[in-house]
Ligand binder design. Structure first.
Ligand SMILES: C[S@@+](CC[C@H](N)C(=O)[O-])C[C@H]1O[C@@H](n2cnc3c(N)ncnc32)[C@H](O)[C@@H]1O
Length: 292
């Protein structure tokens, strides 16, 4: 229930090591991670794009089109549903992916080879390993993207310190993550009630790993500690109110009167930090800029 940075800080070194060990195992062994064709029920590099695009994909495409990066580092591409949008953008000539799970990179390899054969000057590198430990040989990038990946990483100050050093001056970091606001906390309370509070669950050390969703507040705390990064944009989306249907209808009507309309999937979005709606967001997009 606590914010990730506060929870991580409160652990002893032995507890942190246990979590890191379990994270590495979890990211290899989860059945849909071991076999990329099972991931997201097959929503992979080969999936057909929805028309109209969902909010998450639309916002990502806009970022790529507005910033036209030449070199992109993607952390945790998984089965590459969003990777295809990166390599299809004309400006992208140099794509690198890092994933702790090599099965995902093996899955992407033939697809990227196909792009290389068609796109003049395009190169790519697929690097298996933990982003925190990897040596990228002094290479830097115009854009670093991680899409639903940071919630697997507990030490985010260390993570963003590494990312800052991998970014070209003026370069951008783009992240889309599940959010640690009201819908997530309600879900965790339900999980607590039927699973986490049971002794057979909490007494098993294998169950301690990181799946800790993100907040704008945590990202703000992180950049406040780093000299070279600032938050340049943010976006709260997939806002869904966990209320009975009638109450939900009334809220939707009220929002329509004030000029706010739902996205094609029926959920709302906001770019306003002051909006109470943001605390009902399921997902969060934050962009960072290197300022030195
Ligand atoms: C939830 S999946 C997201 C996949 C994909 N980006 C998407 O949006 O469909 C998280 C990805 O991050 C990778 N990952 C988790 N921890 C990592 C780490 N420390 N270093 C590199 N990759 C990591 C996982 O193997 C997986 O591919």
């Amino acid at each position: 229930m606590r914010r990730n940075d506060n929870a991580w800080r409160s652990l002893s070194d032995a507890e942190k090591n246990l979590v890191l060990k379990n994270n590495a195992r979890h990211n290899q062994e989860r059945p849909d991670y071991a076999d990329p064709t099972l991931y997201q029920a097959g929503k992979s590099y080969d999936a057909v794009s929805p028309d109209p695009l969902d909010t998450k994909t639309k916002s990502f495409k806009e970022f790529l089109e507005e910033n036209h990066p030449e070199s992109v580092l993607e952390i945790g591409p998984g089965s590459g549903y969003l990777t295809k949008y990166i390599v299809e953008i004309e400006s992208v000539k140099d794509y690198t992916a890092v994933d702790i799970n090599k099965a995902f990179l093996d899955y992407l390899e033939p697809r990227l080879a196909k792009v290389k054969s068609k796109k003049h000057g395009f190169t790519y590198a697929l690097l298996p390993g933990d982003i925190n430990d990897l040596d990228l040989a002094g290479k830097t990038y115009d854009a670093i993207v991680f899409l639903s990946a940071v919630h697997h990483i507990p030490d985010r100050i260390k993570f963003f310190t590494v990312l800052g050093s991998l970014l070209n001056p003026g370069g951008k970091i783009y992240t889309q993550e599940p959010a640690h606001y009201i819908p997530r906390k309600l879900y965790l309370l339900r999980k607590f009630q039927h699973t986490y509070r049971r002794k057979e669950y909490w007494s098993n050390p294998d169950n301690y790993s990181t799946h800790h969703f993100c907040t704008l507040e945590e990202f703000e705390q992180i950049v406040a500690k780093l000299k070279d990064l600032q938050i340049s944009n943010y976006y709260f989306y997939r806002i869904n109110f966990p209320f009975p249907r009638l109450f939900k209808k009334l809220i939707t009507k009220g929002l329509a009167i004030s000029g706010k309309h739902p996205e094609p999937d029926g959920t709302f979005s906001t770019r306003s930090r002051k909006s109470i709606m943001r605390f009902f967001a399921d997902n969060l997009n934050v962009q960072f800029k290197r300022i030195t």
